[in-house]
Design a binder for this molecule. Structure first.
Ligand code: F6R
Length: 611
């Protein structure tokens, strides 16, 4: 939800800001802008639409200056428009602000400022912040202190980057509930919502914590808590390369990330289940028999794709470990008054580690004494920092808005976690574990085999691009894969698509089936396949086009479905990670055929840091 950048140093800020925004455009892309201090004044360029519109504007109206802030927006308050774009300025052009998040009490502050004679030109909550800081500044507070005063009044979740006309060498960053990273350079310093924006300049970063304010000059970074005590923070060295955040010759980040899956699944598995080791290495994750004996209920909570990965975990933990697991989307969990105590383990799953609802679920659980284990991709993210234990999935930066490689790594993490719990509570023998482990090692090369045949999905997308409705159906684990497949198609191809437990079709949705409907049957759970074949027959009889995803060698399904995509054979419990790959490719090629913006689908943003 919105990307923010800031720069202070000796180099020209505009190109650095634009470069940073380019890496953050996945966070929001309905408008963009920069504010640059030219030594005397703050000059702003901002516009509705993609970053390319801003770049055009900057080329036509070059700005100069070595201090600046920038923003790429995902609208919350006020429609995307030039005037609602960030940065926002105070009326006298003294203070400029970019903001990611929501100020919940802005109406109240706005009313107060209106009474004091301030005028507002935008519909945003952000403009209130610029005026509020300006108000304290006019009252005689220094720039820094005016920011502290203003921030103490703000309610909500936000990250801010602020500059002041009268302080041409100072950049201020504020964080509460929205991510912000500080990059330490040589004679220059940076602020960004996410690490990729910094990697062209530095690998040394500080993660700002909630309620902290950082004051940056070209030679100094000072982090304060909300009471203005100086905070000492360890520097974090980023180990991954800039290439990881670039397209490397692929047409889209999504396609690149789909193709990274063999490597990522391999790394996730090998880090925890080393080839020459004795078993599962969880490092500091505290989940031994004694701890597990103290747990009588597990929740799996997440949003979107991460939730669907979580569902695989719920299914496996219940099936194999025989421990009750409740799964819930985080946006519901936080309002359903869940039963939580010190005998509860909450597993949260999140690629970004910043999703507001998932973070709040974690906090509710902790407040009630529950243990929290987070399965997270983004190192140092809020969820990773606040959880009791973290299982990093090591997927590297995921830039495409539609999550692909994170899902596969999250599911791989669920396999490892399930085996660990099962071994600890005596529900899996060493022999059973070894059989699963050996099969786990084969998954990366099996994913590779599916990817090598991506022409299959490409042709099927061409064939089915005119369908109006899609149903994904399956049973057991296949149904869980259906849900992720359906989400992918919705979000990037903008196609009406639903996932249904195959057995539920007859209870209503079958009424919608006609010749404009495509039914995608996930049929990788071989013991359930006969029943799914019957469902395919039922929808065919009503005119639907049918496509199935099944394990190699299953010829029966080819007799009923119009098309079958075969995946390599594997154990049923490991099939989801393979069966999902054709879904990803199919969604990608459908979107390509339909001409949508694949990496930045309309109305979406990568990291949902608002409720
Ligand atoms: C779908 C997608 C979203 C995210 C969801 C949770 O492709 O990307 O549904 O999975 O917003 O995000 P994280 O995993 O960052 O908590």
């Amino acid at each position: 939800m919105c990307g923010i950048v800031g720069y202070v140093g000796k180099n020209q800020a505009p190109s650095i800001l634009i470069d940073g925004l380019n890496k953050l455009e996945y966070r929001g892309y309905d408008s963009a802008g920069i504010a640059v201090h030219d030594g005397q004044n703050i000059n702003i360029l901002k516009t509705k639409g993609r970053l390319s519109n801003l770049i055009k504007l900057v080329i036509e109206n070059p700005l100069t200056g070595t201090l600046g802030i920038g923003h790429t927006r995902w609208a919350t308050h006020g429609a995307p428009s030039d005037v609602n774009s960030h940065p926002h300025m105070s009326e006298d052009h003294v203070i400029a602000v970019v903001h990611n998040g929501i100020i919940e009490n802005y109406m109240e502050i706005k009313a107060e400022l209106l009474e004091k004679g301030y005028h507002f030109i935008s519909e945003t909550d952000t403009e209130t912040i610029a005026h509020l800081i300006d108000c304290y500044y006019r009252d005689g507070f220094s720039f820094e202190d005016a920011v502290f005063k203003a921030v103490s009044r703000l309610e909500g979740a936000y990250a801010l980057s602020i500059i002041c006309r009268d302080c041409p060498g100072t950049l201020i960053a504020v964080r509460k509930g929205a991510p912000l990273v500080i990059g330490k350079g040589e004679g220059e310093n940076f602020i960004a919502s996410d690490i990729p924006a910094l990697l062209n300049y530095t690998r040394e970063v500080y993660f700002l914590e909630d309620n902290e304010i950082a004051v940056l000059t070209e030679n100094s970074i000072t982090i304060y808590d909300k009471d203005k005590n100086v905070v000492n923070r360890d520097i974090y060295h980023v180990t991954w390369d800039i290439e990881a955040a670039e397209k490397s010759g692929y047409a889209h980040f999504m396609l690149k990330e789909i193709h990274e899956q063999p490597k990522i699944v391999r790394e996730t598995i090998l880090k925890r289940v080393p080839e020459n080791g004795d078993g599962i290495v969880l490092d500091n994750i505290k989940l031994d028999k004694q701890e597990l004996d103290n747990i009588d209920r597990i929740y799996v909570v997440a949003c979107g794709t991460a939730y669907y990965a979580g569902l695989i975990g719920k299914h496996l933990i219940e099936k194999i470990c025989r421990i009750p697991v409740i799964s819930e989307v985080a946006s519901e969990f936080r309002y359903m008054d869940p039963i939580l105590d010190e005998r509860t383990l909450l597993i949260v799953v999140s690629q970004s580690g910043e999703t507001a609802d998932t973070l709040e679920a974690l906090r509710i659980a902790k407040r009630n004494g529950a243990r929290v284990l987070a399965i997270v991709n983004a190192v140092g993210s809020s969820i990773a920092r606040e959880a009791d234990d973290v299982f990093y999935i090591l997927a590297g930066p995921e830039i495409a808005v539609a999550s692909t490689k994170a899902y596969s790594a999250q599911v791989a993490a669920m396999y490892i976690l399930t085996c660990h719990i099962a071994l600890a509570v005596g529900k899996m023998t060493e022999e059973e574990f070894k059989a699963i482990r050996d099969e786990l090692y084969t998954l990366p090369s099996k994913i590779e085999l599916i990817l090598q045949k991506e022409n299959v999905e490409k042709k099927l997308a061409e064939k089915y691009k005119d369908v109006r409705n899609v149903f994904f159906i399956g049973r057991g684990l296949d149904y869980l894969v259906s849900q992720e497949g359906s989400l992918k198609l919705k979000e990037i191809a903008y196609l009406h698509s639903e996932a249904y437990a195959a057995g539920e079709l007859k209870h209503g949705p079958i009424a919608m089936i006609d010749e404009n409907t495509l039914v995608v049957a996930i049929a990788a759970q071989e013991e359930l396949i006969e029943k799914t074949i019957n469902n395919i027959k039922e929808v065919k009889a009503r005119g639907a086009k049918t496509m199935a995803i099944a394990m190699k060698g299953n010829t029966k399904i080819a007799e009923v479905a119009d098309d079958v995509i075969y995946i390599p054979r594997t154990m049923g419990i490991l099939a989801p990670v393979l069966a999902n790959i054709p879904n990803q490719l199919f969604a990608y090629y459908m979107a390509l055929s339909l001409g949508t913006d694949i990496d930045k689908p309309r109305n979406l943003a990568k990291s949902v840091t608002v409720e």
